[in-house]
Design a protein. Sequence first.
Length: 80
Amino acid sequence: MELDQTFSDDPVEIVKFLVKENGLDGARRIAVEGTTVANLEGNFYRLSIWREVKHVLRDWTDIPEEKSEETPAKISEETV
């Protein structure tokens, strides 16, 4: 899974976006896929980001009420 360079490296922002676009289960699935791909590629920086995203998702219960002014670039499932 490729992250667009305009996408934030902040795991919480990534989670907010993924949950908004894909729902909680979809966000968790994408995080697992992202972790797997980063591990296979040996991209340890991306791996650390995806691991933190998975950690945040473990405790995620709902989309926060606050809306961010900036929306991160959409992650396409085609990049997986």
